[in-house]
Ligand binder design. Structure first.
Ligand code: COA
Ligand code: MG
Length: 279
């Protein structure tokens, strides 16, 4: 199971020098310099050079990624080639629709670099098992809800009603193949209340973290995707109960009137590990 902190995954256009400077000091778990949707065609080449320069000069608190252009565009292969001998932590592949595309990225990224595949087209939804099974450096499935909603032609909905099957599918595929699942962005960054609700929804579906577009969203995502005090207390109680002498040899026990099985012990240990990594 691949798992690194990815509660807050902040995109920024690689063409925005001010945002790159700022990202070095932000408290997001991951920062992604975007070469794709956030960069206009006429700025692509300059943005690529800026991304490579930023990766080489380093100094980022967050893990650093670059989202390249799709390999079937005029920029994708050169984006990937430009990053091939840099110490980039992860590369995000947009609009992945089949396992061959994952393998094409995997064979060209620097060794030690992780690959995140974006799920953001209808075709991806029906190839997801093959995509997620690609192995190699593939570390996460990242839902691209803006593209997906546009291509599906869904209407606006406060709780993402039309996207719910695809939220669940993405998490299920990630779990089936030991990958992380990252939820899509929330565009109305000035609406912190609605953002918190969407983070809570993503957490409920099982996502490990959320894609972000603005620094003001970082704290909310870090809080939403970390274990709560109540979850930590509960996890400690489960671990303690299974460690007690009368639990030896038993698969199921009770804690204050609730049945707890050994599968809950594994989940409790994961919560406690997460609480240590993301204090
Ligand atoms: N990463 C890092 N810094 C960011 C940022 C981001 N994603 N978005 C804004 N900032 C910085 C701004 O540079 C500004 O810094 P300063 O005040 O120190 O100069 C500060 O945060 C406040 O920004 P604000 O004025 O509120 O927003 P803006 O008008 O500069 O930018 C957006 C608004 C939406 C254009 C910008 O947030 C953005 O480009 N987001 C990411 C878009 C993207 O990458 N999309 C692709 C994936 S969907
Ligand atoms: Mg997109």
């Amino acid at each position: 199971m691949k798992s690194k902190p990815a509660r807050s995954v902040l995109y920024l256009p690689a063409s925005n020098a001010r945002a790159i400077e700022k990202a070095r000091t932000l408290a997001c778990d991951v920062a992604i310099l975007d070469l794709e949707d956030a960069v206009a065609p006429e700025a692509k080449i300059e943005a690529r050079a800026a991304a490579v320069a930023a990766v080489r000069s380093g100094g980022f608190g967050p893990r650093l990624g670059v989202r390249i252009n799709a390999l079937d565009t005029e920029w994708g292969s050169d984006d990937l080639a430009a990053l091939s001998d840099t110490p980039i932590d992860l590369i995000v592949a947009p609009k992945v629709e089949d396992a061959d595309t994952v393998r094409a990225h995997s064979s060209q990224i620097p060794s030690g670099t992780a690959l995140w595949a974006m799920v953001e087209t209808p075709r991806a939804l029906f190839a997801l098992n093959d995509i997620a099974a690609s192995g190699g450096p593939l570390e996460a499935l990242m839902l691209g809800t803006n593209d997906l909603a546009t291509m599906l032609r869904t209407g606006p909905s406060p709780d993402r009603e039309p996207l719910k099957p695809w939220l669940a599918l993405t998490v299920a595929m990630a779990r089936a193949h030991g990958l992380m699942a990252i939820d899509g962005v929330f565009n109305r960054f000035a609406d912190s209340e609605a953002f918190a609700a969407e983070c809570a929804q993503g957490r409920l579906y099982g996502f490990d973290g959320k894609s972000l577009i603005h620094p003001s969203q970082i704290d909310g995502a870090n809080a939403a995707f970390a274990p709560t005090e109540a979850e930590i207390t509960n996890a400690r109680a489960i671990v303690a109960a299974f460690n007690a002498p009368d639990a030896v040899g038993r698969g199921a026990i009770q804690i204050e009137g609730q049945m707890v099985e050994r599968l809950h012990l594994a989940a409790a240990e994961r919560v406690l590990a997460q609480a240590t990594t993301n204090p």
